[in-house]
Design a protein around this ligand. Structure first.
Ligand code: FAD
Length: 467
């Protein structure tokens, strides 16, 4: 359900963000309930103001989201071959031969690269014989789409129950007018076989003071916390749940998978277009696996806080959440910290071989900070999906000419207090990757530094268009 700012920033590069925002619901508040009583509201609407053009959490169900992306692929002339299963593959070092099955018919498809975005049971991960290190939580989760009435269904925001024993979220869905419930099967019914919604109905209805009139679907599942030992081998890669899975706390899984796909796709495109050496692909794993490992640890911690039955867990849910967090949220620093933590804008690839230099507090590997309130928007040029040089302040004539000679777009932005607050350095130059992360940051406009970077990473610009 939760679509975070970093994903919307990527979509903005593709011109899709506004449509997604319009299809979803901006979460303005988190409402905390206990036994049908509203205990507290946390105003999370636009809590990332000045940090991202998308300063909120968007609620947009994944099935609607997938349909949307599928339609957009269709407009680009790409159609997904549904009901086609990867059975096996072989990588001979030159090409990957993938055996696919559709309607009992098998065919071999030969490709330069293969990426397994095939979920937790990934055939590609198994084919690469990669360990999926971690374990499973003992709790069983449920998810349901229901039509319901009651105060919690009218808030338009995220509703969370704070009960000592139970955990459940209720979120509205714009496209159907239904409510999605996500929770942990309560202890009282967890040992029953073939649990249905009616088993959890009395407890759930009481938690939020709602009446459920219709259940569209109901499903139970176990949650694992695992990260694959590698995200690539030879010419095959894995991304999304195939590479990492964790608890849904914080709504991070799909967003992280989309981040993997963005990271890998521009690199593969560069290599296939002859614009970079194949060694560029080796930066995918270190950049993404580091974040996946941190994410699994932090969502694990959040999950433990939610489910712990001991004094600390109960204290957090019944005292810290309703009485300490809401007043804390009035402090700008707390709101900004929360936003940075969950929106994924803090993801950095500083340790990557592709990341060089530092200017101000912004270093190679960081997501380019947003500077778009009031004057020009520094994210606008990212829509080119290509490398570009940014200068905040003034660019001297010699540097302008040299960047242009190399076929690289140069964008010069007026020096603003927002740029300063974001940690950018006046008159420094930042060489931005196609995914909006800084590749190279350098405090002076020195073209030799840019040349060294291009040579070191074997990156070539697109040949200029001939008339
Ligand atoms: C209740 C719940 C709530 C969640 N809420 C959020 C949230 O708010 N925000 C968020 O970011 N994440 C959330 N997540 C996590 C998110 O749903 C997953 O991270 C996401 O679905 C992973 O996407 P994926 O494409 O990697 O894998 P999947 O969604 O598992 O898709 C894999 C696809 O590959 C196909 N496939 C599998 N094997 C093969 C094969 N051999 N050949 C061909 N195709 C194959 C499958 O059919 C499937 O279509 C939630 C998860 C749950 C369970």
């Amino acid at each position: 359900m939760a679509v975070h700012a970093r994903t919307l920033e990527f979509y903005e590069q593709l011109g899709l963000a506004q449509e997604v925002v319009d299809l979803g619901i901006v979460m303005n508040a988190m409402h905390l309930w206990d036994q049908g009583k509203l205990k507290a509201d946390i105003p999370i609407g636009h809590f990332g103001r000045d940090l991202s053009p998308f300063s909120f959490v968007l609620s947009f169900p994944q099935d609607d989201h997938e349909r949307f992306l599928n339609e957009k692929l269709g407009y680009s002339g790409i159609s997904i071959e549904w009901d086609t299963e990867l059975i096996s593959f072989a990588d001979d070092g030159e090409r990957v031969r993938a055996t696919l099955r559709k309607d009992e018919h098998e065919e071999v498809c030969e490709v330069a690269y293969l990426c397994g975005c095939d979920g937790a049971h990934s055939a590609v991960r198994h084919g690469l014989k990669l360990d999926f290190i971690g374990g499973a939580y003992e709790q069983t989760f449920y998810v349901a789409d229901v039509q319901a009435t009651g105060a919690a269904t009218a808030t338009g925001g995220v509703n969370m129950c704070l009960n000592v024993k139970d955990f459940c979220l209720v979120l509205p869905i714009r496209s159907t007018g239904m409510q999605r419930l996500i929770g942990i099967i309560p202890d009282a019914v967890k040992d029953r076989e073939n649990i249905t919604f009616d088993d959890i109905r009395p407890i759930t209805e009481k938690l939020f003071g709602i009446s459920v009139h219709q259940v569209n679907w109901f499903s139970t599942y176990r949650v694992h916390h695992r990260v694959a030992e590698h995200f690539s081998k030879g010419s095959a890669f894995i991304a999304g749940d195939a590479a990492h899975i964790h608890s849904p706390a914080g709504g991070q899984g799909m967003n992280t998978g989309i981040g993997d796909a963005v990271n890998l796709s521009w690199k593969i495109a560069h290599v296939l277009q002859g614009r970079a050496d194949a060694s560029l692909l080796a930066t995918y794993e270190p950049e993404r696996i580091a974040f996946a490992r941190t994410l699994v640890k932090t969502t694990d911690l959040a999950f433990q806080i939610i489910v712990r039955r001991d004094f600390a867990g109960r204290f957090f849910r019944t005292f810290v959440m309703p009485y300490v967090l809401p007043p804390l949220f009035h402090f700008r620093a707390v709101r900004r910290w929360m936003f940075k933590t969950i929106s994924q804008i803090r993801i950095t690839y500083r340790d990557s071989a592709l990341s060089v230099g530092e200017a101000g507090t912004v270093a190679g590997g960081d997501r380019l900070p947003w500077d778009g309130v009031g004057g020009s928007d520094n994210f606008e040029p990212l829509k080119s999906l290509d490398w570009q040089v940014h200068v905040y302040g003034e660019a001297n004539m010699a540097f302008r000419g040299a960047v242009s000679e190399r076929g690289i777009a140069l964008h010069v932005f007026a020096w603003t207090s927002m740029a300063e607050k974001a940690g950018l350095k006046r008159d420094a130059f930042y060489f931005i990757r196609p995914d909006g992360h800084v590749g190279l940051a350098h405090p002076a406009q020195d073209i030799a530094v840019l040349d060294r970077y291009l040579a070191q990473h074997g990156i070539r610009m697109k040949p200029p268009l001939t008339p």
